[in-house]
Design a protein around this ligand. Structure first.
Ligand code: ZN
Length: 306
């Protein structure tokens, strides 16, 4: 009796291994659960397979990789998953790094402090990929179906995100430094074979300097510290040779205005609009009340006439 129970657990395990090869993960998982319940010979491996399958079925969840890493760290011998040979020590390390990278990516918030901390953490993870994985392919990515890179290539992606986050954190206080950080991100993107245009555009914007048309102060960092505001620069004005004019957009349909001037104008105009809006609403309500009163008196008269 005992023998047949064990046999059944082992048979389910073997069937589960075949199901993995066919990528029928959910079915395979239930086989491995039964293997463990029935105490099959390969119960330990069945447990590892379950964690691997959970990572495959939920490959965007860092907790899956942390759990898988902990399971793999208890094993020393290599084994197969589908057609892939798994070195548990190595794949455990990959899972730890992947979980760390995902957790950093999920850090929310756009204050300078958060963005800077996030950027530095990305650079930290990138260094680990470089030194601990290097030119080897990352096995776990292939298994769970996310883009598989070498450690070096993965590090470049993460470095790019790191510098982009650092730049976003720096731009409010130091746009020149933000532009330098974006230069680093751009270099990473180019090495990855991307065009890096987004970084290049931001870099150009952040390093651009103009003078404010309203207060005349110099400002650096288009879109952040100064903005183009709709206007009309007449041909006569275009001929003047002061340096404020040199910092007009080339179509002469707007002027550059520093952020303090820009926000004071827009806030004041919002206040004025608000006042007009409130006044108009007040008058509309009064008119509505008058009309309502007239309608009531007309209907009262109609009833009386009947
Ligand atoms: Zn100004």
């Amino acid at each position: 009796m005992v023998l047949s129970v064990f046999k059944s657990g082992d048979a389910l395990f073997d069937q589960g291994v075949d199901l993995i090869k066919r990528k029928e993960f959910a079915k395979a998982r239930s086989n491995f659960e039964k293997t463990i319940e029935k105490g099959g010979r390969e119960a330990e491996l069945a447990g590892i397979y379950i964690d691997l399958i959970d990572a495959c079925l939920d490959n965007n969840n860092s907790a899956r990789y942390a759990k898988l890493a902990a399971t793999l760290e208890r094993k020393t011998d290599s084994f197969e998953f589908g057609l892939t040979e798994i070195n548990p020590v190595r794949v455990a390390l990959e899972c730890r790094l992947l979980a760390e990278r995902m957790d950093v990516g999920r850090i929310q918030g756009n204050t300078s402090d958060i963005l800077e901390a996030k950027g530095n953490k990305f650079l930290d993870v990138a260094r680990k990929y470089q030194s601990q994985i290097g030119n080897d392919m990352i096995v776990i990515s292939d298994i769970v179906g996310i883009q598989a890179n070498t450690g070096i290539k993965e590090a470049l992606y993460i470095q790019a995100w790191g510098y982009e986050s650092l730049a976003a954190g720096a731009v409010l206080s130091d746009p020149k430094r933000a532009a330098e950080l974006l230069q680093n991100a751009y270099t990473c993107r180019k090495q990855l074979g991307e065009d890096g245009q987004k970084d290049m555009n931001l870099m150009k914007a952040y390093s651009k300097s103009v003078k404010c048309w309203i207060c005349g102060r110099p400002s650096t960092g288009e879109g952040v510290h100064f903005l183009a505001m709709s206007s009309e620069i007449t041909p006569f004005m275009r001929n003047s040779d002061d340096d404020i004019l040199k910092s007009a957009p080339s179509d002469y349909n707007s002027v550059y205005v520093c952020r303090p001037c820009y926000t004071s104008i827009s806030r004041r105009s919002d206040e004025i609009s608000r006042q007009y809006y409130d006044k108009a609403m007040q008058e509309m309500r009064a008119m509505e009340a008058r009309l309502q009163a007239q309608i009531s008196s007309v209907s009262a008269m109609t009833v009386m006439r009947r």
